[in-house]
Each structure stands twice: as C-alpha cells, then as structure tokens.
Design a protein around this ligand. Structure first.
Ligand code: ATP
Ligand code: IP8
Length: 257
C-alpha cells in the first residue's frame, strides 16, 4: 500500500471569474475519479484543495489596506472555506470515498515564513484507511493570521509524511515555458527537473522561464527541502486526467525533485 498526495486547484473546482462560485459538476467528477483510483489501486490518498473564488475573493475583500489579515477577516474566510470544503466532502462521500475533513487552521501555525503542522492527526487517519481532506486556509501566525496556500500545505504534508508522489490538478495542461493564458507561443514541458525550472526562472530567459502559480509550486517545494519526489501537473478540467495520472499515465508535466 502506497500513499499519494493530490492537490486539486481552486481554479478547477471554484473558478475565480465570479465570487463564491463552485463548479459542482467538476467536483463530482473528480470525486468519482479519486474513488475509482482508491478502489482500483488499493492505495491511499491525502487530498488538498485550493480556495479559488471562495478563499481568494474573500481575502481580497477583507484584508486591511496595508495587507493585514485581522481576526474578523480570519473568521470570515475560515467560514467560507468550510463551505467550499463541504461541497468537496459531500461529493467524496457520495462517491464512497471514506474521507474526513481536517481544517488546517486547527493543526497548522506559521512560524516565520514556513508552516508547522501537527501531522500526527493526518497520519492517524491514513493509518485507519481514511482519506484526509485539507485545503488552502487561514491559519494563526506568530504575529496574527495568514493565508496558507493549498500548494504549500500539500508540500508540507508530502515532506512530513514521506510521500513520494504528488499530483497537481490545475486548469491548464501542465507547466509551460510561459503562462499559456497570456502567451500562445508557450510550450508544454513534458518532463523536467525542479532545479532546471528554477535555474531558468532565475536566469529569466524569456523563451523558457516558468512563471506565476506554476513557478510557485516548484519554489515552495525547494524551500521546504523536498527531494526524491515525483510531481505531476495535469489539467483537472479534462475528464480522466486525474485518475490516469494517479495510475502513472501522466498527460501533462512530470517534475522530478
Ligand atoms: P489555486 O492556487 O487557486 O489552488 P491552481 O493551483 O489550479 O489554483 P494556480 O496556482 O493559479 O492555480 O496555477 C495555475 C495557473 O498558473 C494557470 O491558470 C496559468 O494561467 C498560470 N501560469 C503562469 N505561468 C505558467 C506556466 N509557466 N505554466 C503553466 N501555468 C502557468
Ligand atoms: O487556492 C488559498 O489557497 P490556494 C486559500 O491553494 C485562501 O492558493 C484562504 C485564500
């Protein structure tokens, strides 16, 4: 039995074009793919999802002008993330995934720039055959409250649980040489080493540097000291892609750490 991690992007389940907009058909389909994977492989999963039009919209609305996340904002964002999470949980349960939600604010804390999470709670559920479900959230920090992204959280779990494989489902076909939504000439990368991605980004080669959310996924992992891990980035809007990637047939980008 192996444990794999999945991060389903907010861009897939709650597109940011409208506030508080959940894509229920996409959530139901992805839950079904995860359920099929668990049944067919006999493996275990740890699931993290993003905040999309719930988390990001509200944080923008309630941050103070100087970017402080006050306790009223913390409570409000926390509440609406539970709402998005409950849609994901309903879908998982109706697909017969033995899932349980673990709100990160109750097990994680930011000490400086990096999170510290009480991962024993996650390990305990996994050891009992339960799929823990976490999400990008707002968590306490040494100075107040901060946002923890689903990307950072999934890498933290990969590190602490010694997971060797993680799949990111996002709204584009993988990692490109540039943002594919802005640059039609951007090329899809099939297989790359994390250090190559970072080197090219630092050298700033216009034709081959990875940017934005995609680059952040790599940077966070390197900051956390991730090594010996296979990360796949696939388009979660394409039916079957998540199931296939978990089964080893990646239609997207593989990044080696
Ligand atoms: P969320 O962060 O809300 O959970 P996500 O992980 O699916 O959602 P992002 O972190 O925003 O989404 O990353 C995906 C986005 O990154 C794509 O929609 C794309 O426009 C953008 N992007 C920027 N540069 C690149 C690149 N080089 N390759 C792929 N996508 C890129
Ligand atoms: O969508 C951010 O998580 P992400 C969550 O994974 C919040 O970046 C609360 C904005």
């Amino acid at each position: 039995m192996r444990v794999k991690a999945v991060k389903v992007g907010g861009s897939v389940i709650a597109p940011k074009n409208r506030p508080l907009n959940a894509d229920i058909p996409a959530i139901l389909r992805l839950a079904e793919e995860l359920s099929n994977y668990l049944r067919d492989s006999g493996n275990q999963l740890v699931l993290v999802h993003g905040g999309g039009s719930f988390g990001h919209y509200l944080v923008k609305e309630c941050l103070t002008r100087d970017g402080e996340l006050r306790r009223e904002c913390f409570s409000r964002v926390a509440h609406y993330m539970m709402m998005l999470n409950s849609f994901v949980m309903e879908a998982l349960l109706s697909s017969e995934v033995p899932a349980a939600s673990l709100p990160p604010r109750s097990i994680c804390f930011f000490r400086g720039k990096l999170p510290e999470c009480f991962v024993d709670a996650v390990k305990e559920l996994v050891s009992k055959g339960v799929t823990p479900v976490l999400f990008g959230d707002v968590i306490p920090s040494s100075t107040g409250f901060e946002v923890i992204s689903g990307d950072m959280l999934v890498w933290e779990l990969v590190k602490e649980l010694g997971i060797k494989e993680v799949v990111f489902a996002t709204d584009v076909n993988g990692i490109y040489t540039d943002d594919p939504k802005k640059n039609p000439k951007a090329k899809l990368l099939k297989e790359v080493r994390a250090d190559e991605v970072l080197r090219e980004a630092i050298e700033g080669e216009v034709t081959s540097s990875v940017t934005g959310g995609a680059l952040e996924k790599v940077k966070v992992a390197v900051e956390l000291g991730i090594k010996g891990v296979k990360a796949s980035v696939i388009n979660g809007l394409v039916p079957g892609n998540l199931y296939n990637a978990l089964r080893g047939k990646v239609e997207g980008t593989v990044i080696w750490f």
